[in-house]
Design a protein. Structure first.
Length: 388
């Protein structure tokens, strides 16, 4: 994992009269995450607040409110970064809920960057359990590095958290598959894991738990469609809203966005996720982003829906769909894949299921899909390729 900057505030500043913490100290943190673990433990215990960012050029805030333990600068595949403020109680509530949902405390393999909420969650769960995690060594994730880390676990109750691309890498390596079979659970988050990938893991005897959440919810708060801990789900005008003790305080220096995304309803505070979904009272099904819609010939098309159909076609298990401008239709879906499936057959399947406007106008094959440091697919890079 790449080195990052960790910024922590002075402990003395915690006691200033205006109840604000001055952020002043910078510590260089490398891949193993040991310094980050100690710093997060201190922050959760009431010590200096932390600011983490994947961007080495990011300027840390001069001040944060005293109740803020952690500020995570997001770097998603679209939009400008947001700085999410989290309290210690929210992070610890998330850790406790995860522990209960997974069947008890254990030791974690840290395979994710600690400047993202998923990696920070591994640290928070480890702190809550009182058992230090074992990091995957090296600047880049490899199956060999994961196997070596798994071999250093000291107790049989073991967990890890991965993004789908990491899981796919491990399933190609027999030694890694054998190691994964010994884990009580493997959390998969970051983006939707294709059904074919989940089936491969299940067939290999690996227990996969799909995690849904974001920095604004202190990470995963819905496992395999079921809310964990005290998380509550509701659908408002087709949008997934979440409530519970893991919600963030809001966005640093962005009161307008905070008011738009964190809403009061029926006397409770909710986070409006921006995701479209369905909730039957027991299971949540996320169907895509509300703002991730293209208009092709006057018809609304969901790239996420097109992806789901493509993932069912042989050789399109990793397909990613983005919008591209088109002189005739306004916009068209463009599909990217590393697979070698039958493109005309896959396009026809999409048309049969979703209608002609949803049919990808082009299928572009790549040697590998561009990824963000978090392991998510870089959709902005794919959009640029589609435009070219």
């Amino acid at each position: 994992m790449d080195a990052i900057d960790l910024v922590a505030g002075s402990a003395v500043a915690n006691r200033v009269r205006d109840r604000r913490v001055r952020v002043t100290r910078t510590v260089r943190v490398g891949g193993p995450g040991t310094d980050m673990l100690a710093a997060l433990r201190d922050a959760l215990a009431g010590g200096p607040a932390l600011f983490v960012s994947a961007d080495p050029r990011a300027r840390p805030p001069e001040r944060v409110e005293q109740r803020v333990a952690l500020v995570v600068e997001t770097s998603g595949s679209t939009g400008r970064p947001k700085r999410v403020m989290l309290a210690a109680d929210a992070l610890l509530a998330g850790a406790a809920a995860s522990e209960s949902a997974l069947g008890g405390p254990g030791q974690w393999v840290l395979a994710l960057p600690t400047h993202y909420i998923a990696g920070l969650n591994v640290l928070a769960r480890s702190i809550s359990a009182g058992i230090d995690p074992v990091p995957v060594a090296g600047d880049h994730f490899t199956a060999a590095g994961f196997v070596e880390a798994a071999a250093r676990l000291s107790i049989p109750e073991r967990y890890t958290a991965l993004v789908p691309a990491q899981l796919a890498t491990l399933l190609e390596d027999p030694a890694a598959v054998e190691a994964l079979r010994g884990f009580r659970a493997v959390l998969i988050g970051g983006q939707a894991a294709p059904p074919a990938l989940r089936k491969r893991a299940s067939d290999a005897g690996v227990r996969i738990v799909r995690s849904y959440g974001s920095s604004e919810t202190s990470g995963g708060c819905v496992y395999d469609g079921s809310p964990i801990g005290q998380t509550t789900v509701r659908i408002v005008d087709g949008e997934v809203w979440l409530h519970g003790p893991t919600l963030a305080i809001g966005y640093l220096d962005d009161a307008e966005l905070t008011a738009r995304r964190f809403r009061d309803l029926d006397g409770l505070r909710w986070f409006a996720t921006g995701d479209a979904g369905e909730w039957d009272g027991e299971l949540l099904r996320v169907t895509g982003r509300l703002d991730d819609v293209l208009i092709s010939g006057g018809v609304k098309v969901s790239p996420a829906a097109v992806e789901r159909v493509l993932h069912d076609q042989p050789g399109f298990e990793d397909a990613v769909v983005v919008a591209a401008d088109d002189a005739r239709w306004g916009q068209i879906p463009v599909a990217f894949t590393t697979g070698t499936g039958d493109a005309p057959a896959a396009i026809e399947a999409v048309g049969d299921r979703l209608g002609a406007p949803a049919r990808p106008g082009r299928v572009i094959r790549l040697d590998s899909l561009p990824l963000l440091p978090s392991g998510k697919v870089d959709r902005l890079a794919l959009s640029r390729l589609a435009a070219e």
